[in-house]
Design a protein around this ligand. Structure first.
Ligand SMILES: Nc1ncnc2c1ncn2[C@@H]1O[C@H](COP(=O)(O)OP(=O)(O)OP(=O)(O)O)[C@@H](O)[C@H]1O
Ligand SMILES: [Mg+2]
Length: 337
C-alpha cells in the first residue's frame, strides 16, 4: 500500500503542540491550524469544518445570529447540562459515544461546533464567566467534524481521507476501508472525537457508506483504538430508529450509550442570551420575548434582533413585535415540541 501526502494544502484541526506550521493567530488559540491558504477544492481530504464568513474575513460578529449555526463560542448560549454530560463521557477513558437528537433548527450543529472549539478557546475570546475548562488536558484532543450534508462525504474514499488527515495519519493509496483500518488500528494515540452532523443523510443518500463501513467504525471505537475514539452524532431521530428506517442493520448504531434530546434553553440561559444585546431591552420586552420564544434559541435570536433593530432606529411603539412574530413563522414547529 502506498501513501499520499495527507496534508498538502489543507486546513484541519489537531492539537497545537503537534502543529507543523502556524500562520493564523486566531486559529492557533483554538487549536485550528492552517497549513496553507490554498483552497482545497478537488482534494479528497478537504476539511469541511464549518467556519462562518465573518471568521474567514475577520469581520465583527453580528449581535444576533440567525440561520447559520453558531460557530464562535462567545455567541453560543446555554446547554450547560448537556455539555456537562457530554464532556463527562469524553474526559474519561475509554471515550464513550453520545447521540444528540433534535428537531430541525433546534441547535444541533451549533452544539457540535461548540464541543469542538470551546475547550481550546482562550478566555479573551469568551464572555465573562463562560466555562471552557471542561477537559483536564484539552490540547491532547482531536476533534473531527463530518457534515453528511456535504456531498463530498458521500464518497467513502473522501470521507476516509478526511478522517485520516484530521487524525494526522498517512492516507493509503487506494484509500479503501481495509487500508484505512490497517492505518488507524493501533495508531490512534490521543483522544479523538468524531462529530457527525446529519448522519441520517449519510444513511439515506450515501450507498457507499454501507453496513460494512459502519461496522468497521464500530470495531475501531470498541477494539482497535485503545479507547481513544469516540463519536458524537447529531440527528433528528434516535440512531437505532434511523438505522432501522434506512434499512441498515449495523450494530454501530447500538454503541451510543448516552442520548439526549435538545429542548429549549433554561430561563437563566435564555435571559443571558437576551442580555447580550448591545442595547439593553426594557423588562416588559424581555418577558414578552421569553414567552413568545418559549426559550428556543433561534426564536430568541430572531425576536432579539427585531427588538434591537427597533431600538437602534429609535422606533416607538410595538411594530417590532409584529415583525418578530412574522419572522419566527418558519420555525414555529419548535413551539409545538
Ligand atoms: N446554543 C445556542 N446559542 C445561541 N443561538 C443558538 C444556539 N443554538 C442554536 N442557536 C440558534 O439557532 C439557529 C439554528 O441552529 P443550528 O443550525 O445549530 O440548528 P440545527 O438543529 O443544526 O438546524 P438544522 O436541523 O436545520 O440543521 C442558529 O442560527 C442560532 O440562531
Ligand atoms: Mg444542523
Amino acid at each position: 500500500m502506498r501513501f499520499r501526502n495527507p496534508g498538502a494544502g489543507l486546513k484541519f484541526d489537531h492539537p497545537p503542540s503537534i502543529a507543523p506550521s502556524i500562520n493564523n493567530t486566531d486559529a492557533r488559540s483554538e487549536g485550528q491550524i492552517e497549513i496553507s491558504a490554498q483552497a482545497a477544492v478537488g482534494n479528497p481530504a478537504a476539511d469541511i469544518t464549518p467556519q462562518s464568513p465573518s471568521e474567514q474575513m475577520n469581520h465583527e460578529a453580528a449581535p444576533f445570529t440567525i440561520g447559520t449555526p453558531i460557530s464562535q463560542p462567545h455567541c453560543f448560549f446555554g446547554r450547560h447540562r448537556v455539555l456537562k454530560r457530554l464532556f463527562n463521557l469524553l474526559k474519561t477513558h475509554p471515550l464513550q459515544n453520545a447521540a444528540i437528537i433534535g428537531q430541525k433548527r433546534s441547535g444541533k450543529t451549533s452544539l457540535l461546533n461548540y464541543l469542538k472549539r470551546i475547550t481550546l478557546t482562550s478566555p479573551e475570546q469568551l464572555r465573562s464567566g463562560q466555562k471552557s475548562d471542561w477537559l483536564p488536558q484539552p490540547e491532547t484532543y482531536r476533534w473531527i467534524f463530518v457534515d453528511f450534508q456535504d456531498s463530498r462525504m458521500a464518497s467513502q474514499e473522501r470521507l476516509l481521507n478526511h478522517l485520516l488527515t484530521a487524525m494526522q495519519l498517512p492516507a493509503p493509496n487506494p484509500c479503501n476501508l481495509e487500508h484505512f483500518m490497517d492505518v488507524v488500528s493501533g495508531n490512534l494515540n490521543s483522544p479523538t472525537v468524531i462529530l457527525m452532523d446529519e448522519i441520517g443523510v449519510g444513511l439515506q443518500r450515501c450507498p457507499e457508506l454501507d453496513d460494512s463501513f459502519w461496522e468497521s467504525l464500530r470495531a475501531l471505537a470498541t477494539n482497535q483504538t485503545g479507547g481513544n475514539l469516540g463519536f458524537v452524532l447529531a440527528t433528528p431521530e434516535s440512531p437505532v430508529d434511523l438505522a432501522h428506517h434506512t434499512g441498515h442493520s449495523s450494530p454501530f448504531f447500538n454503541i451510543f450509550g448516552y442520548t439526549t434530546t435538545l429542548g429549549p434553553l433554561t430561563d437563566a440561559e435564555a435571559r443571558e442570551l437576551i442580555a447580550s444585546s448591545p442595547i439593553p431591552f426594557p423588562e416588559a420586552d424581555i418577558e414578552w420575548i421569553l414567552n413568545q420564544s418559549n426559550r428556543w434559541p433561534i426564536l430568541l435570536q430572531i425576536l432579539c434582533r427585531e427588538r434591537l433593530f427597533s431600538l437602534e432606529e429609535e422606533e416607538v411603539g410595538d411594530d417590532w413585535r409584529e415583525e418578530g412574530l412574522q419572522q419566527i413563522q418558519p420555525f414555529i414547529h419548535l413551539l409545538g415540541a
